[in-house]
Design a protein around this ligand. Structure first.
Ligand code: NDP
Length: 501
């Protein structure tokens, strides 16, 4: 591939299409091809050639293109937000917030790739003092990105941006609910990189995503459910294709006795209900110190009364993007109430056909679905704890471990360190998502691997270690001509170096 060759057209398709709907109205907002396995393989093939050209641009060439891409997104932000609103139903202001964070990540990744991934010297050690040791991080080649619908700009960009900055080509399969946003992002990139299909779009359903995992890509970056993450990992295992899995959570908030209760209640309400609760790092459970529990609950209830989902301009959040999720939300609330829980706001009736209104649950048993499973809807459970040790134990008693939040004046860092999650925000909700230099990812059923920050760049690169002999060593170790005298000397040397009691 040379820089003068035109970018390939989007993959041709055998003809089947699907409609993208506005979930608030069911209006068809776009029609997209269902790409077949052969078409996905062809896209990956084209990407392989494009990857070589893209890698040859070097850090500076790529940084310049990413800078221009970021500029296009920023200047056409209003248009992007409209596409997001049409496909997810979320308010334009929320679409803007996720897009702004995505732009921040493009800026950070482009700017820092050389420093993080470029050649670095390493100490070679006394035994190998005649060697010069360096490590550099080379691109993997082609990365397949499978994205979700809940934050169709921010979430896939978290993988795409870092993969591109590391020198890879990307084949991107957005969710079947948000193909238009994916198309918009890819077309904006083609404007600034017209020479080669460095970022390609494939569309379709789960089968198209499955085809991508088997199409010979060098890594798969997946965001979605744990169940699908497992399927992807199993498929990728057949070809030993590495994966990074970002698979949702059951994120807790801890509220200590000395916490700023207004701030904690505000963070809980926003973290639980914004985006209709369809946030992988959204608030799902709260553990509150008994000394402030009642006061905190009263504040949450009061603030929740002002929050409403709807499609009008005054609504704070939109519809459930995926209709089937409404049944999950309803099931979790029903189970919680049947097992002794109380709804202080909302309840089963709060879950409609498109919109779910806020639900605040208390007295819910810890082993119920509403506490254990990802609800992914505008609900939150609040539980009283004796002390913060109990809060940490209960917060950690889950298979998931993505994000968490602590409200405490004195013990924020200590409590954060004890939470078994990939990220913790102290005294502000979800703040880690907006800090591009911080890695993002989970433990347990929330997945593994990291996007964002230096760790996110390295996730899409392979380390290349080089040891260069600078001069012949006075003591030759790696030869059959080595003498007993040399072995005795080595034994003495290692005793001096490491033998101290
Ligand atoms: P999925 O995990 O099923 O889908 C996520 C992405 O994977 C979509 O692009 C989907 O395509 C694709 N996909 C589905 N099956 C396969 C497969 N076998 N191989 C490769 N790709 C595949 O999530 P859903 O959208 O169905 O949501 C289900 C649940 O997942 C939610 O209720 C929520 O709990 C959780 N979730 C978590 C998210 C997070 O941020 N961590 C984001 C979204 C959902 P397609 O959409 O075309 O089927």
């Amino acid at each position: 591939m040379t820089a003068t060759q035109p970018a390939a057209e989007a993959p041709e398709t055998a003809g089947e299409t699907f409609d993208s709907l506005n979930p608030a109205t069911d209006e068809v907002v776009g029609t997209y091809p269902v790409h077949t396995r052969e078409e996905v393989e062809a896209a990956v093939e084209r990407a392989r050639e494009a990857a070589r050209w893209w890698a040859s641009l070097g850090f500076d060439g790529r940084a310049e293109r990413l800078r221009r891409w970021k500029g296009v997104l920023t200047r056409r932000l209003a248009q992007l937000c409209t596409v997001v609103r049409d496909e997810t139903g979320k308010p334009v202001a929320d679409a803007q917030l996720e897009s702004v964070l995505g732009i921040e990540h493009i800026a950070w990744a482009g700017k820092h790739a050389r420093k993080v991934l470029g050649k670095q010297r390493r100490a070679s050690g006394l035994l190998m003092a005649n060697q010069a040791a360096t490590v550099e991080y080379q691109p993997l080649g082609v990365v397949g990105v499978i994205g979700p619908w809940n934050y169709p700009v921010f979430t896939p960009l978290g993988s795409i941006t870092y993969a591109l900055a590391a020198g890879n080509a990307v084949v991107f399969k957005p969710s079947e609910y948000t193909p238009g946003v994916g198309k918009w992002l890819v077309e904006a990139f083609e404007q600034v990189v017209p020479e080669a299909p460095v970022l390609q779009l494939i569309t379709g359903f789960g089968e198209t995503g499955a085809a991508l995992t088997k199409a010979g890509v060098d890594k798969i970056a997946f965001t979605g459910s744990t169940a699908t993450g497992k399927k992807i990992m199993a498929a990728a295992a057949e070809t030993l294709t590495p994966v990074v899995i970002e698979a949702g959570g059951k994120d807790p908030v801890l509220v200590d006795a000395d916490a700023d209760l207004d701030a904690a209640a505000d963070a809980t309400v926003w973290g639980a209900f914004s985006n209709s609760g369809q946030t992988c790092v959204g608030v799902e459970r709260v553990y509150v110190h008994e000394r402030v529990h009642d006061e905190f609950v009263a504040k949450v209830v009061e603030k929740s009364k002002d929050v409403r989902g709807g499609s009008d301009a005054a609504a704070q959040y939109g519809p459930m993007t995926m209709p089937s999720q409404l049944a999950v939300v309803r099931r979790h609330i029903t189970d919680a109430l049947a097992r002794g829980g109380k709804a202080l706001i909302g309840g089963v009736d709060a879950v409609g056909d498109r919109f779910a209104q806020p639900t605040v649950l208390v007295d819910v048993p810890e082993d119920s679905e509403a506490v254990r499973e990802e609800t992914f809807g505008p609900t939150v459970t609040i539980a009283k704890v004796r002390d913060m040790d109990e809060a940490v134990d209960k917060a950690n008693a889950t298979r998931y471990g993505l994000g968490s939040t602590v409200f405490s004046k004195r013990r924020g860092v200590e409590l954060a360190q004890r939470l078994r999650t990939g990220m913790t925000a102290i005294n502000a909700p979800l703040s880690f998502t907006g800090i591009a230099s911080l890695p993002f990812g989970g433990v347990g059923d929330s997945g593994f691997g990291r996007i964002h920050g230096p760790e996110g760049l390295r996730e899409f690169a392979r380390s290349k270690a080089i040891a260069r002999q600078r001069y012949t060593a006075p003591i030759a170790l790696t030869t059959f001509t080595r003498k007993e005298k040399t072995d005795a000397l080595v034994a003495k040397l290692i005793t001096v170096l490491h033998g101290k009691r």
